[in-house]
Write a protein that binds this ligand. Structure first.
Ligand SMILES: CC(C)(COP(=O)(O)OP(=O)(O)OC[C@H]1O[C@@H](n2cnc3c(N)ncnc32)[C@H](O)[C@@H]1OP(=O)(O)O)[C@@H](O)C(=O)NCCC(=O)NCCS
Length: 174
């Protein structure tokens, strides 16, 4: 994600979140280069989704993930999470965490495929919609079971022809 992507990112943000992040918050995040990774998925040069990551020691905190409503259900969310977790492992993450609305079962099903399991509830975490947050953690990143899960995800992305070409400089590492 670059500054030039922010118009499109903010447009998606406003469509899919009840409490969208501001442009300045994204700018601040993008300015931190050592502990943050923000990636966009684009199609025909248009941003269709994005994901964010904050590293705290060996913990990867997924700060945001969204896919444009018109492009949901095509595997783009899975591709983004796959790609950013590879980055997290490369940055030394051994575990990952995120919060999700308790009612957001679609997102929870996505996270489950990456080994995220429920770890607790943050009461009224999403105060704007008066909803609790489910805290999820994935442990053992980089270990055998986690690698196996990522391989399965990779295979499902390949089946849907969602992986970009290996010779694309922005392509996924094999
Ligand atoms: C959650 C979100 C990022 C998922 O992205 P997506 O591109 O729509 O999801 P994908 O097509 O990659 O689906 C990945 C997995 O999620 C689950 N999933 C996606 N949509 C689902 C739905 N409507 N019902 C149930 N499960 C669903 C499935 O497990 C799916 O795996 P499968 O394709 O192997 O069945 C996207 O729906 C979104 O932006 N939602 C609004 C914002 C949001 O809720 N962000 C998460 C905040 S914590």
């Amino acid at each position: 994600m670059r500054g030039a992507d922010l118009d499109e990112v903010i447009a998606i943000e406003r469509k899919v979140f009840s409490a969208p992040w501001s442009r300045s918050l994204y700018r601040d995040e993008l300015a931190i280069t050592d502990t943050r990774r923000y990636l966009v998925a684009s199609e025909h040069r248009r941003v269709v989704g994005y994901v964010g990551l904050m590293m705290i020691l060996d913990e990867a905190h997924v700060t945001t993930i969204a896919v444009d409503s018109a492009h949901q259900g095509r595997g783009i969310g899975k591709l983004l999470l796959y790609r950013v977790l590879l980055d997290a492992i490369a940055l030394g993450a051994t575990c990952a965490t995120l919060e999700v609305r308790v009612s957001n079962t679609a997102a929870q099903a996505l996270y489950h495929q990456f080994g995220f399991v429920p770890a607790g509830i943050r009461k009224n975490y999403y105060a704007d919609v008066n909803e609790d947050g489910l805290v999820m953690w994935a442990y053992g990143l980089g270990e055998e079971a986690s690698r196996h899960r990522l391989e399965k995800v990779r295979a499902s992305l390949e089946e849907r022809a969602l992986l970009v070409r290996a010779d694309d400089p922005r392509g996924l590492p094999r």
